[in-house]
Design a protein around this ligand. Sequence first.
Ligand SMILES: [Zn+2]
Length: 165
Amino acid sequence: MAEDYQVRIDLSACFFYTSKTMLLVTHALAGATIVTKIKNPLFSFPFAFIFHFLMDYIPHWDLGTSFNKRSKLENFILASLDGMLSLFLVFVFFQRNKPFSSNLWLGVGCSLLPDLLEGPAIFFGWQLFPRLNYFHSNISHQKSQHLLPGLLPQITILVLVLLWL
Ligand SMILES: [Zn+2]
């Protein structure tokens, strides 16, 4: 009985966290800024990872807002575009015209990690990190159903990031 209940909790987490994450672009640029400003990766990598959850705590709009109204394929394509745009913008703002920085890309990876780790559960039903995903789900606030107000916190973060560079 108790085990059944536990399974149900994990499955509900699997369902809910898909609808509560911030855009990858916002996380990636924030992570790139963190590793650019904090030179020591011993501090910047864990901070980039933890900062992901702090950002998700802000109410926002993202691809997950209408996740369950779209097909899996549509969501996969949108998430891929979000991911590719993230890498492109990190390249443009942080890497272009500079020597290759493995710390930059590893730091961006850390900042995206909570979302990347939930990918297998969302798209393939492989719940590999149930506790982390459950925590991710609980800390995430995705309350803005409307596009513009939901994007405003993220646009604000991006402007601050770009001003800080
Ligand atoms: Zn997230």
